[in-house]
Design a protein around this ligand. Structure first.
Ligand code: ZN
Length: 602
């Protein structure tokens, strides 16, 4: 019977399941590298990839999933102390949030380092402290068992072994066997401060992990070109988006919206990731603040909340370092002597709920206009959902700018979906309490369990007019299809395995790469716990473009079927392109046709 969540795995997968054994993959000089996804394969969240060589076992990233569903990577079959080193591409929690669980389950060898750039290590430490607070809140008083503790976080932080961009032998940074030297390389991924792609090479073969690719932040240096590799594990978050709207357009639009809100005295909430997006937005404001009239400047109160404050402090530590920050910003800092360029002229950083309430009271009482930049970006934690509740309770009109990707099952996605469905009023229930209850009687906010004093159990139901919402496109820290394609072309791999992206994005990106990357033999959508072997005999019979389709056909010879599907897909690609141009069919209708075609063919 097929496994319903992962149809490519047997139904009786248990805690002892060993993916390499199951796939019958043995490491040898002919197959010196094997990559096995343990998370982040077909989802944006909990990135985690196991890399096996003949002499070492490594992980690239170990993240957590912020939406619903499984939180941490699938560690089944990993023996205690079996991981020799972890390479961390960057400090976003969907890439580093699972590290303390590794520690808690004793999966890391005693002396296993976590190899990362210096900014990544600093930001990750901050992220993990915050993630622990959230984890405690989630497990407190509930049936769920805490998966890691403050000791695990401290031990993770102790393991950081920092490197600059560049590379070397793994034995130089990790106490591993030098029988068969393995090499690693970190390059700038231009996604957030310190972010990297990573390449691992052994036995003459290479795998490159894109991590998250950026190339869109004006304050970061350009992405460094990745080396040629045999296998590319490529992120696909925006794989379905041909190109983002122009960055300078997005920056101008956001500023225009903020300026309008100040003029009309509408408080502004910008829910945002604490690291990366928050600094992009701060810089947009800081660079344009002086263009406001004195009158508007006096009215404006820029508020930076929560972890975004500490995050920005870390950014400020690197503003004179061209390795990590764009030359133009370094020059500006050197010339002006202004060492905190991410901060506009005046900024409020509230430290308590009382401070936050005071900001909101000032807005009602003195007609100040708060522009609040607060994590989390998807309104799933941090103070952004609490501000939203306060806005709904206190203000007749306000602006809420959604500036980033809103994952499924998050409050942000709920708001975005209702807004896109043209609803007049938006309603949502959030897992957070407002800062206080000194609201007007007419408030549109209710506590769902008002009798319960335990804050963690309390939910808040709120509604507000849909026209408060604006979707600000174009600030994404992720490369779109064109950026992903050009990265893939530089790597020039035999095989691309798509990771870290939703189904629909991978479905569109896969064929696009298949058509446009010279020499590419196959694009696969990664499958959890399904090894991808790299080597002389590396027909990737453990990966395929669409396993669901393969499973439905009853083929016994997987390779034949993959070949057949490729033929079919390239043929269909042309037809799909033609259909798009000529018929005006919707994307869904076209996909339906493609599905039908594949089924009838077989
Ligand atoms: Zn990221």
């Amino acid at each position: 019977m097929p496994n319903t969540t992962h149809p490519w795995l047997p139904d009786d997968v248990d805690e002892t399941f060993d993916p390499l054994d199951h796939a019958d993959v043995t490491l040898s000089p002919d197959t010196p590298l094997v990559v096995t996804p343990r998370g982040g394969d077909r989802e944006v969240g909990r990135s985690c990839y196991q890399v096996d060589t003949q002499h070492g076992r490594y992980l690239v990233d170990c993240g957590l999933n912020q939406g619903t569903g499984e939180k941490f990577p699938d560690f089944r079959g990993l023996q205690p102390q079996s991981i020799d080193a972890v390479f961390l591409t960057h400090a976003h929690v969907d890439h580093c949030g699972g590290l303390p669980v590794l520690e808690n389950r004793n999966l890391l060898a005693d002396d296993a380092p976590i190899i990362a750039t210096q900014p990544t290590a600093s930001i990750a430490s901050l992220m993990l402290e915050d993630s622990l607070k959230i984890h405690r809140r989630e497990t407190d008083g509930s049936q769920t068992i805490q998966q890691f503790t403050s000791r695990d976080v401290a031990e993770v932080c102790d393991r950081f072994q920092t490197v600059d961009y560049g590379g070397g032998r793994i034995e130089g940074v990790a106490p591993v066997s030098d029988v068969e030297p393995a090499i690693f390389q970190f390059g700038n991924a231009a996604h957030l401060l310190g972010s990297a792609w990573v390449m691992i090479q052994t036995g003459g073969y290479r795998v490159c992990f894109s991590g998250d690719l950026g190339g869109r932040a004006t304050h970061l240096p350009d992405m460094s070109p990745p080396p040629e590799s045999d296998l590319l594990m490529l992120e696909s978050t925006y794989g379905d988006t041909h190109s983002h709207p122009s960055l300078s357009g997005a920056r101008t639009d956001l500023w225009t919206d903020i300026e309008r809100a100040i003029q009309t005295r509408e408080p502004v909430l910008i829910p945002t990731f604490a690291i990366g997006r928050a600094q992009t937005i701060l810089l947009i404001i800081a660079e344009r603040f002086h263009t406001l009239s004195t009158d508007l400047r006096d009215r404006l109160e820029i508020v930076l909340d929560g972890m975004a404050v500490e995050g920005t402090d870390i950014y400020h530590q690197y503003v004179d370092d061209e390795t990590y920050v764009d030359e133009s910003l370094v020059n500006r800092v050197t010339e002006s002597g202004q060492t905190e360029p991410f901060f506009p002229e005046s900024i409020t950083t509230p430290e308590s709920d009382q401070d936050r309430q005071e900001i909101l009271s000032r807005a009602v009482r003195d007609d100040t206009v708060p522009v609040i930049i607060s994590p989390s970006g998807m309104l799933t934690g941090g103070n952004s959902p609490r501000y939203l509740a306060e806005f709904a309770a206190r203000f007749g009109t306000a602006s809420v700018f959604l500036t980033g990707y809103q994952a499924a099952n998050t409050t942000g996605r709920t708001l975005q979906s209702q807004y896109q469905a043209d609803q007049e009023m938006i309603s949502a229930t959030i897992d957070a309490t407002p800062f206080g209850t000194d609201w007007p009687d007419s408030s549109d906010v209710q506590w769902v369990h008002p009798e319960n004093d335990n804050g963690s159990e309390l939910k808040t139901r709120l509604s507000f007019p849909a026209d408060w919402i604006s979707l600000v496109d174009g600030l994404s820290g992720h490369a779109a299809q064109s950026g992903l394609l050009s990265f893939a072309r530089t790597v020039g791999p035999d095989t691309i395995a798509l990771i870290h992206g939703p189904d629909y994005a991978q479905e569109r990106l896969g064929p696009h790469l298949a058509e446009n990357v010279t020499g590419l033999k196959q694009v696969t959508r990664s499958r959890r716990l399904s090894p991808i072997a790299v080597g002389a005999d590396s027909d990737v019979d453990t990966a395929a473009i669409s396993p669901e389709e393969i499973n439905s056909t009853g083929y016994t010879d997987l390779e034949d079927q993959i070949d057949h599907l490729y033929e079919l897909l390239s043929q269909l690609n042309g037809e799909v392109a033609a259909a798009r141009n000529e018929t005006g069919l919707s994307e869904e209708e076209i996909r339906e046709i493609v599905r039908d075609e594949i089924e009838t063919e077989e």
